[in-house]
Design a protein around this ligand. Structure first.
Ligand code: ZN
Length: 174
């Protein structure tokens, strides 16, 4: 396993649509393990392959709390089949948009069809944090980010701020 570099805005790759997986082989299994390791190392609760620069419809999630046992989940070719009318709001962050939190309203419940790591078709009904996290990550596979619904002014401001942080060399005091 290895920790991958997470790409951040304004990397154009984040706007691209990821390709469906046809066969689950050694490469896909390794990618899932790498995504999990990268997600845990970055203290995130979800990560899509595109965030490490790989345009494949694969994502990983772990919404277990700190004092619970780890519960790594992986989803291949996930598709949202249905959502509730009821909505919920979370303040969402994104590993590809550092230090930015935005209130996002999404359907509270969703039903997702996907392929698991053994290649079996599965359906998962979920609510709460898992539902929100899955919807956020599936958006990544379609090139959508949480800043997309902001005004252009706000979006440009966030991207500029992040680009500046990236450009500045590490500051040291000696
Ligand atoms: Zn994200």
């Amino acid at each position: 396993m290895s920790i991958k570099n997470i790409i951040t805005v304004p990397d154009e790759m984040l706007k691209k649509i990821s390709e469906p997986i046809e066969n689950i082989g050694v490469d896909e299994k390794k990618l899932i393990n790498d995504l999990l390791e990268t997600m845990y190392a970055s203290k995130g609760i979800g990560l899509a392959a595109v965030q490490v620069g790989i345009l494949k419809r694969i994502l990983v999630i772990d919404v277990s709390s700190k004092d619970e046992k780890k519960n790594p989940l992986s989803f291949i070719n996930p598709v949202i089949r249905s959502v509730s009318d009821e909505m919920s709001v979370y303040e969402e962050g994104c590993l590809s948009i550092p230090d930015t939190f935005i209130e996002i309203e999404r359907p509270s419940l969703c039903e997702v069809e996907y392929i698991n790591i053994e290649g079996k078709k599965k359906i998962l009904k979920c609510d709460g944090l898992l539902s929100t996290c899955l919807q956020h990550e599936i958006n990544h596979l379609d090139g959508k980010l949480i800043i997309d619904n902001l005004s252009k002014l706000k979006r440009d401001f966030i991207i500029k701020k992040i680009s500046k942080i990236k450009k500045n060399p590490e500051r040291i005091v000696v």
